[in-house]
Design a protein around this ligand. Structure first.
Ligand SMILES: *Cc1c(COP(=O)(O)O)cnc(C)c1O
Length: 354
């Protein structure tokens, strides 16, 4: 604590994000950080091996054009409507710098991804945390007419709930002079992406990641879709910070992922099927399961205490996530694993409850 006389005010002000535990115990069923239940496509592994076998002595492309093109094709957009970064967390950080202003209050939901207040505090951006509805959905009107801009995940985390596209569009329209950032980390497990609105609204930035639906959390590739002028601002941030945020292996692997559509569709469908199956299993043992549009479930038992369930599951080698924050402190967030993993979870929960 004596070193802090050397810290800048920014370093002192920082309140860093605390990620979910990454335990390296192979006996643990890890359902706490919403990683994919399946490994990435074999074509991704092949592409990474191939990239590793040549030219690593050379810097990667600073513009990542090849990867941008695969992403642009996937969403029927052009390259200059795509930004790529080292995980969507980095893209989010650049977005706070590029579009939000100290002195202008931004809005986001009071129960949401806990990285938003971290960035807001770091960059000195005032924020208003608007309350969710009683059913834990985001009230679109609560995000209207923001002074400084808006950010929210859709589907929201950790609630797993999806806001229909018509409501997302209403939020964008009601903030026409400010940027609305929709963090779609989980949207591939939901009904529809706001990517289809990018050509229509100059103030919309859609941020996505390959970490969840593309099983590439270990590779660190996130991206943003938006109007050319927003993308240009993000590139200005990146190039003022680090020219090469995505390495050669990540460029190759992420590009291969966007080109293997079959594998992506198959694994996504399997996870959605397991999600629906696990929802019924959990409801049968008296859990209230919010209708998830993600690869995780937000659940609450009608008699058992969530913090105790979390501890007892960990004793039985199942790791889930518990947030000790008001309003949701009796819920557990459980990643959707394989059918076998979810059977094991339900089995252990039955033992604990009985
Ligand atoms: C997982 C997650 C991210 C971060 O994804 P990375 O690309 O792995 O940095 C961003 N937003 C939300 C809501 C998430 O759940």
């Amino acid at each position: 604590m004596t070193t802090d006389k050397f810290w800048s005010t920014m370093a002192k002000r920082a309140e860093p994000y605390v990620p979910g535990l990454q335990l390296n115990n192979p006996d643990i069923i890890k359902l706490n950080t919403n990683e994919n239940a399946y490994p990435p496509s074999p074509k991704v592994i092949e592409a990474i091996k191939d990239a590793a076998s040549k030219d690593l002595q050379l810097y990667p492309s600073p513009t990542a054009d090849r990867l941008k093109e695969s992403i642009a094709n996937h969403y029927s957009l052009s390259n200059d409507q795509v930004f790529v970064g080292n995980g969507s967390d980095e893209v989010l950080a650049f977005s706070f710098m590029a579009f939000f202003e100290p002195g202008e209050t931004i809005k986001y939901p009071n129960i949401t991804y806990s990285f938003y207040p971290v960035y807001a505090k770091l960059f000195d951006i005032p924020f208003e945390e608007v309350p969710l509805n009683d059913d834990l959905t985001i009230e679109p009107e609560s995000l209207f007419q923001s002074d400084g801009g808006v950010i929210f995940p859709n589907p929201n985390a950790p609630t797993s709930l999806y806001m229909p596209l018509a409501s997302v569009e209403a939020v964008i329209q009601a903030n026409e002079n400010k940027v609305v950032i929709v963090d779609e980390a989980y949207v591939d497990f939901a009904e529809a992406s706001a990517a289809s609105l990018v050509n229509k609204y100059k103030n919309l930035l859609v941020i996505k990641t390959t970490s969840k639906s593309r099983a590439l959390a270990g590779l660190r590739v996130g991206y943003a879709l938006g109007d050319q002028s927003l993308i240009k601002a993000l590139i200005r941030m990146k190039d003022s910070f680090n020219s090469y945020t995505i390495d050669r292996l990540a460029l190759a692997g992420a590009t291969a992922s966007f080109e293997d559509k079959d594998y992506f569709n198959q694994t996504t469908e399997k996870i959605v099927a397991t999600r629906e199956r696990a929802t019924k299993q959990l409801e049968a043992i008296r859990f209230d399961v919010l209708p998830s549009a993600t690869n995780f479930l937000f659940i609450r038992h009608d008699t058992e205490n969530a913090a105790e369930l979390y501890e007892k599951l960990l004793e039985k080698n199942i790791l889930v996530r518990y947030f000790d924050v008001p309003l949701v402190n009796n819920y557990l967030r459980v990643t959707v694993g394989t059918n076998e993993q979810m059977d094991e979870l339900v089995h252990k929960l039955k033992e604990i409850i009985e």
